[in-house]
Design a protein around this ligand. Structure first.
Ligand SMILES: NC(=O)c1ccc[n+]([C@@H]2O[C@H](COP(=O)([O-])OP(=O)(O)OC[C@H]3O[C@@H](n4cnc5c(N)ncnc54)[C@H](O)[C@@H]3O)[C@@H](O)[C@H]2O)c1
Ligand SMILES: [Fe+2]
Length: 379
């Protein structure tokens, strides 16, 4: 049976944030909490949102303590603030870190206790507050997924938390909010989005619906990421990247991601490698590992990325590698100072990512994991 997850109502385009108050009205929300990080305050993006809300007569509560790779402790503390404040809706403003934190905190408000009690998929018993997402990276696709990824500081890893209750009700994708995203964040966040659609398209759980989303997302992202990187103020490229990351998010919400994300998590958990960079470091190595199970699909991805009929899975690896060079992402783990001695513990840790590894088109053994990290380290 095919399962298709609902998507929020999406407003895409310049100044779409002007629609936020009407969305809040439809939810009966007068008091709203905005969850974001300091970076969004510094570049003035929070001020723009606050102005839209205040002008519409809304009461605004700001929580700006989100950090990259948010932890379970952080979301517990945001949920406590939301419980005490009496907020009626929560806006996640920023990249995946802020939106993921907002989603979990909003859901916790309707339940007792800590997120630690509910880790996993489908564990949380009750809904919480309605969520509105305003992504400012393109991106994680968190605005259209029922998942949040949280750091487990005790075990130095990252864990997924999934429930339909954290699917946002509305998403506002305004390209003007992403023009100031610096190239060194545009590149890894864009590669994260590319990984989502490439992995969804080559997932063992892909279906016709996720394929349609993934194929268009691969096209949008691969054709716009270089322009967004080189000329951040190109609004068309920025809008296409936002749409691409949204469609990639829908694709992987329905098909799952595979070994690329699984192998990226220990890099994030143990060495705090930014999520998109960790994925981009693993992508060519995993395509090579998975190619034998999905030759045609990797060939099709290469055709979309190169625009050349007849391109094959090897072209797919070459094209992905060239893209990483063009947006100045590192080539291997050695280049970002991951010690060689980490290969062993990372290859043990990745085997716990069963939620993702079950989607991989090829089984991954402990020995494979060691070989994959070894190649990613020194190739
Ligand atoms: N929920 C999901 O489905 C999902 C999917 C993929 C990744 N994730 C998670 O998302 C997190 C990563 O999110 P991210 O890659 O979007 O990065 P991020 O949210 O950590 O943000 C990175 C940096 O970019 C800055 N920034 C964001 N937008 C900006 C803008 N427009 N202008 C200037 N600076 C800006 C932020 O202040 C921050 O310093 C990770 O924790 C990852 O695990 C979640
Ligand atoms: Fe991701």
């Amino acid at each position: 049976m095919m399962n298709i997850w609902p998507v929020p109502q999406v407003k895409l385009g310049e100044n779409s944030i002007a629609e936020i108050p009407a969305a809040l009205d439809s939810l009966g929300a007068e008091k709203v909490m905005v969850v974001t990080d300091e970076g969004l305050i510094k570049v003035g993006i929070y001020d723009k949102i606050e102005k839209v809300l205040i002008d519409a007569g809304k009461e605004v509560l700001l929580v700006d303590e989100v950090k990259p790779d948010p932890s379970m402790q952080l979301v517990d503390s945001i949920a406590d603030k939301a419980r005490l404040s009496g907020a009626q809706a929560i806006i996640g403003l920023g990249g995946g870190s802020s939106i993921d934190s907002a989603k979990v905190a909003a859901a916790l408000v309707g339940n007792e206790g800590s997120i630690k009690d509910y880790i996993g998929v489908g564990v949380l018993p009750k809904p919480g507050l309605p969520i509105l997402a305003v992504p400012t990276t393109a991106g994680t696709g968190s605005e259209v997924t029922y998942l949040s990824i949280l750091s487990d500081l005790e075990n130095e890893t990252k864990k997924g938390f999934g429930t339909p209750f954290i699917m946002p009700k509305f998403a506002f994708l305004d390209p003007s909010l992403t023009v100031g995203l610096p190239p060194h964040i545009t590149a890894p966040t864009g590669m994260d989005a590319l990984c989502h659609c490439v992995e969804a398209y080559t997932s063992a759980n892909a279906n016709d619906y996720s394929d349609a989303m993934a194929v268009k997302a691969i096209e949008l992202i691969s054709q716009n990421i270089r322009t967004a990187y080189n000329n951040g103020s190109d609004l068309t490229a920025r809008e296409n990247m936002l749409l691409g990351s949204l469609m990639a998010g829908i694709a992987f919400a329905n098909a799952g991601v595979t070994a690329v994300h699984a192998f990226a998590y220990p890099l994030g958990g143990m060495f705090h490698v930014p999520h998109g960079m960790a994925n981009s470091l693993m992508l060519p190595v995993i395509i090579k590992f998975n190619a034998s199970a999905m030759k045609e699909r990797f060939g099709h991805i290469a055709e979309i990325m190169t625009g050349r009929k007849g391109a094959d899975w090897q072209d797919c690896i070459n094209e992905v590698e060239q893209l990483c060079v063009d947006v100045n992402l590192p080539r291997n783990l050695k280049a970002i100072d991951i010690p060689e001695s980490a290969i062993k513990p990372m290859s043990v840790s990745v085997m716990d990512q069963t939620r993702l590894l079950v989607n991989n088109p090829r089984e991954v053994t402990q020995e494979d994991a060691f070989a994959i990290y070894t190649e990613a380290w020194g190739r």
